[in-house]
Design a protein around this ligand. Structure first.
Ligand code: HEM
Length: 206
């Protein structure tokens, strides 16, 4: 590999591994600050986990598996604000799609935000509703924040781990309110609140 290809891979891995999870956490903090009922339900789940542990004991793998509701909240967050808007695929054969002829070798861009707002799969599509992920959840390929197929995100399980551990620690220590209600979300590759999502933290034990 040439030096520029190596640099390109490293830069991509840093983006893929850092910015994505950080966007997911930021947008989850925003929704939890906006939606008190959802916050209370996440807090309840996380406190049950905390209370089942000894003082100072770290989270274990089994604890992460119990964070089902919290993960549904994150899943709904990245349905509405997918950190990556899609990626390219190459047509391996000539194909027809919705009346369009796509010749072999052409590049196609699959788009996560549009796919995940499809009314057919997500009724009342702008509503924040974590229950969409209960049971079997959305039908395959209607929900693609991590992509799909053999090139699906390699870091999905790691991302789940770091996002849930972060949420556990912040929710069990604090409530918060958003200092700029309805802060505008801008897209600079990834979605992010325009002013950096300032919040005021309120410790539970204060
Ligand atoms: C919420 C967090 C994340 C989201 C939403 C996300 C999303 C995605 C998406 C949409 C793709 C393209 C998949 C496709 O083409 O089908 C991808 C690929 C990838 N992601 Fe993630 N990602 C996240 C976290 C991470 C983390 C934490 C890492 C590494 C530590 C990571 C490493 C990668 C790598 C290496 C690829 C390229 C896989 C390949 O081309 O074979 N991602 N990710």
């Amino acid at each position: 590999m040439s030096e520029s290809v190596i640099v390109n891979y490293i830069a991509l891995l840093l983006f893929a591994g850092y910015d994505t999870s950080s966007v997911a956490i930021t947008m989850a903090i925003e929704y939890l600050g906006e939606l008190p009922k959802i916050y209370e339900d996440v807090l309840k789940e996380q406190l049950e986990i905390s209370l089942s542990k000894e003082e100072g004991e770290f989270l274990h793998w089994e604890d992460i598996q119990k964070m089902k509701y919290s993960w549904n909240v994150v899943a709904e967050t990245i349905r509405l604000f997918p950190p990556i808007s899609g990626a390219y695929r190459e047509a391996l054969v000539d194909l027809k799609f919705e009346g369009y002829d796509i010749p072999k070798g052409w590049k196609l861009f699959w788009n996560a935000p549009l796919t995940q707002m499809d009314h057919n799969f997500f009724p009342d599509n702008t509503k924040f509703d974590p229950s969409r992920f209960e049971g079997a959840g959305p039908v395959p390929h209607s929900y693609v924040p991590f992509g799909g197929g053999p090139r699906m995100c390699l870091g999905k399980e790691f991302a789940r781990l770091e996002i849930l551990i972060y949420l556990h620690n912040i929710v069990t220590r604090f409530r918060w309110n958003l200092l700029i209600p309805d802060e505008k979300i801008i897209y600079d590759i990834t979605p992010s609140p325009k002013k950096g999502l300032p919040i005021r933290l309120h410790p539970h034990n204060a």
